[in-house]
Design a protein around this ligand. Structure first.
Ligand code: NOJ
Length: 766
């Protein structure tokens, strides 16, 4: 078989020579070739071999359930396994691939997957942090580097991007996504898929993306992991589905079904989701894998025994079963009993084989396995440099009173907190191949940057948590938390004494890596109590208190916002954490990140998100009001709204200027603001553009993000920022689920975050 896609150079030359029609003819040609190849291969396959292709097993690294597969090697030789995950490293992967291509009857290569979520060996910030960069170039590059490192270790498939919209920070997996906004989440989804898959999945440094979790996993009731999702179709289409669709349109090769039910039907066996929506409405041509034993769990959802639910899943459009062996052990029987058809098995098998074909594995099953590359392309200086840059760009300055930050590169600093001299927690959730020994602690980073000029005093101050329930559950996979032998009081006393000797206190506090991510929901999303006690004691010293926050989710920070001088949200910043944090603390880089998920004042406000509806009795926000949509005991406003983030400099926005105030049909509206850097530092600003549709055939969100631009301004510099608005930006799903716009008034809002905007109104007719 010849290469399925010609090299990029030839492809570009061909396009230049023959025009774009060539491209579509070529694509059809490629599809026909793939079809012929797979048809021919399948004609030789037994039923058992076909079912084998639908079976994905784990080799045991990074297990996220109670079942691990056994007898993997002999099953591969028998053709009973289509893909493997939980193994990496060129030699290990090559050995297993050899079993398939040398020792199985038809020599069909395996696909090798892994949870490469925010970097592989070089760890970048958690996805929620990466999303705060508002920089699609950086985001795409992070996925590309992850793919390069993963392929260097033999992998060709990553279980990423996770594009689940999340509006509930109690849910631990909010850390793995891009926050609450469908439009923004779609941009990130596209960038990630492009970064992973590159110009062609046959490239030796490209992997196939697996978009997850289809669908609506982030809508889990009460933010409790794996919980029920029940949602109106309008909300689904308008607010939760767009990022999955964007990832598909960017060419994602595979999808993972989610654990949850969707309106009563588990996603894994949900025909409406996996076939009607994904394939028929959206035109998806790749394959769908279940989540970890999710097929078996359909029994717990109450839909029947393993044979029943496996048949349901296949019929619904699930192609590959992760870990559970439901397909492997029941489909043959179901076929005999007429519960599934040969055509359904063939279809799933074909989709899995096509994925392998698209990856070029039939050409070269070991296409990326090269021991030299494994040495050369992993954790390189360039990758580390990039990790530092993207981490700096992900940080969000939540508070900075009296210009406490940046710090002077002189004097004495008290560095305190259980995360200050720690090498593992900054890596965050989902770090399978990341090595804590290679990561830079905050202490090391500060020493690297100012060690010769600043006197650094250190005190740990507290354990990460002294709460027995939280401690035991969060650290369950780490065999417990390593605690200091001293009492909380002794640790706090030492920290206070240290603080008294310093000019400023830098407290590195927050969540450990395992407090967010899968199976890490929290009902209290404050900084753990042991650390809050430390902060309270430090605040009493009267020294300027800078909080560097590690967190996998929006936290409730009302006390901290009131009492700290500055708060720098660093998320879980990855391998280069300490260097990046020190760069920002000392002003080598001026932070510009903006949060992509609302920070509530209290868990009682959750779910809280900027693009909510108005209600019929909106509360004006002023004074006590009876019979309005508010709370008796707290304001409706979040602590920090979506899109919020400060800078060491300040930006001034002009009013919004529109080039027209009445438009018709497909005209384009230009909306302009001038932004001026009114402070002392050069800085970047994410200028955000929202649109409101105050009168429509259904109740619309109060505003929706439609675009943004990131600009860099020197002190005193002014730039005009113009957005071209088209009718595409006005569209929404109406009550009949038709995606269109309706004529009338629209309000354009441009500003520094979702709450602080300048507005201008326009009439737009059909
Ligand atoms: C379960 C998680 O939900 C999913 O995101 C992950 O890819 C699989 N386990 C495999 O580790």
């Amino acid at each position: 078989m010849k290469n399925y896609i010609p090299s990029l150079r030839i492809f570009l030359l061909a396009i230049l020579a023959l025009g774009v029609n060539y491209a579509s003819a070529q694509t059809k040609n490629d599809a026909a070739k793939m079809n012929a190849f797979v048809t021919q291969l399948m004609s030789k396959m037994t039923l058992e071999e076909k079912i084998g292709q639908l079976n994905l097993v784990t080799m045991g690294r990074a297990i996220t359930g109670s079942v691990v597969n056994s007898g993997v090697e002999s099953r591969i030789k028998k053709g009973e396994i289509g893909g493997v995950f939980g193994v990496y490293g060129a030699a290990d992967v090559a050995k297993i691939q050899d079993l398939a291509v040398k020792e199985s009857r038809l020599h069909i290569p395996l696909i090798f997957g892994l949870d490469v979520i925010h970097g592989h060996r070089t760890i970048f910030p958690i996805p929620l942090g990466i999303s705060a960069t508002w920089d699609m170039g950086l985001i795409e590059q992070s996925a590309h580097i992850a793919a390069k490192e993963a392929t260097a270790e033999g992998l060709n498939w990553v279980f990423s991007p996770m594009v689940d919209i999340a509006r509930d920070p109690r849910w631990g997996r909010i850390s793995e996504g891009s926050g609450e906004d469908p439009w923004y989440g779609s941009q990130v989804a596209k960038a990630m898929v492009k970064g992973y898959q590159g110009s062609s999945m046959t490239n030796s440094d490209a992997v196939m993306a697996c978009v997850k979790h289809f669908a609506l996993y982030g809508g889990a009731e009460a933010g409790r992991e794996y919980n029920t999702v029940d949602m109106s179709l309008i909300r689904m289409y308008q607010d939760y589905l767009p990022p999955y669709k964007a990832a598909l349109d960017a060419g994602a090769g595979s999808f993972m079904s989610s654990f949850n039910t969707v309106n009563g039907m588990p996603a894994t066996v949900n025909k409406w989701l996996l076939t009607d929506l994904l394939r028929k409405q959206w035109g998806f041509k790749g394959f769908v894998v279940s989540d970890y034993t999710a097929l078996n769990e359909v029994t717990d959802h109450g839909l029947g025994d393993l044979q029943t639910v496996s048949a349901l899943a296949l019929k619904a459009g699930l192609d590959m079963d992760m870990v559970g062996e439901g397909f492997l052990t029941t489909l043959k029987k179901s076929l005999k009993e007429g519960k599934v058809t040969q055509q359904e098995i063939d279809q799933a098998c074909r989709r899995v084989l096509e994925a392998k074909y698209k990856l070029g594995l039939f050409n070269n099953p070991n296409k990326s396995i090269d021991p030299e590359r494994e040495q050369r392309d992993v954790l390189t200086d360039d990758h580390r440099k990039f990790a530092r840059t993207i981490a700096e760009h992900s940080f969000v300055l939540l508070k900075n009173s009296a210009q406490t930050l940046p710090l002077k590169k002189s004097g004495t600093i008290a560095l305190v907190g259980p995360l200050a001299n720690n090498h593992s927690e900054m890596l965050g959730t989902w770090v399978i191949a990341g090595d804590p020994e290679k990561s830079v602690s905050v202490m090391d980073g500060i020493k690297n940057i100012v060690g010769n000029n600043v006197n650094i005093l250190y005190a740990r101050g507290s354990n990460i948590t002294d709460d027995s329930l939280l401690g035991v559950r969060a650290f369950a996979l780490n065999n417990g938390q390593i605690k200091d032998k001293r009492s909380p009081k002794e640790m706090i006393d030492e920290a206070v004494e240290t603080a008294k000797k310093a000019d400023v206190v830098v407290a590195v506090v927050g969540e450990s890596a395992n407090m967010s991510g899968e199976s890490s929901s929290r009902s209290d999303i404050r900084i753990p109590e042991s650390q809050r006690d430390l902060l309270k004691a430090l605040a009493k010293t009267g020294k300027p208190l800078v909080i560097v926050l590690f967190n996998g989710r929006p936290l409730t920070l009302t006390w901290e916002d009131e009492h700290a001088s500055a708060i720098l949200d660093a998320w879980a910043p990855g391998t280069e954490a300490g260097n990046a944090i020190a760069d920002v603390l000392f002003g080598n880089y001026n932070p510009a990140g903006k949060i992509t998920a609302t920070f509530p004042r209290s868990v009682g406000q959750i779910p809280i998100y900027y693009n909510h509806k108005n209600t019929g009795r909106p509360y004006s926000g002023k004074g006590p009001a009876k019979f309005k949509s508010d709370y008796l005991d707290i304001s409706n406003d979040p602590l920090y709204p979506f899109g919020y983030g400060l800078s060491y400099t300040t930006f001034n926005y002009s009013d919004v200027k529109l080039d027209k105030t009445t438009l018709k049909g497909n005209e384009i509206l230009k909306a302009t603001v001038t932004v001026t850097n009114t402070g002392k530092y050069s800085g970047e600003e994410v200028v955000q553009m929202y649109i409101s549709d105050p009168v429509a055939s259904i109740s619309r969100s109060v505003k929706e993000l439609k675009n943004y631009q990131k600009v860099t301004l020197q002190p005193g510099e002014t730039k005009e920022v113009t957005f071209n608005i088209t009718t595409n930006d006005l569209k929404f799903y109406n009550n009949e689920l038709v995606y269109d716009w309706e004529p009338g008034q629209f309000i354009v809002q441009i500003g520094t975050n979702s709450s602080d905007t300048h507005t201008a109104s326009v009439q737009w007719g059909k």
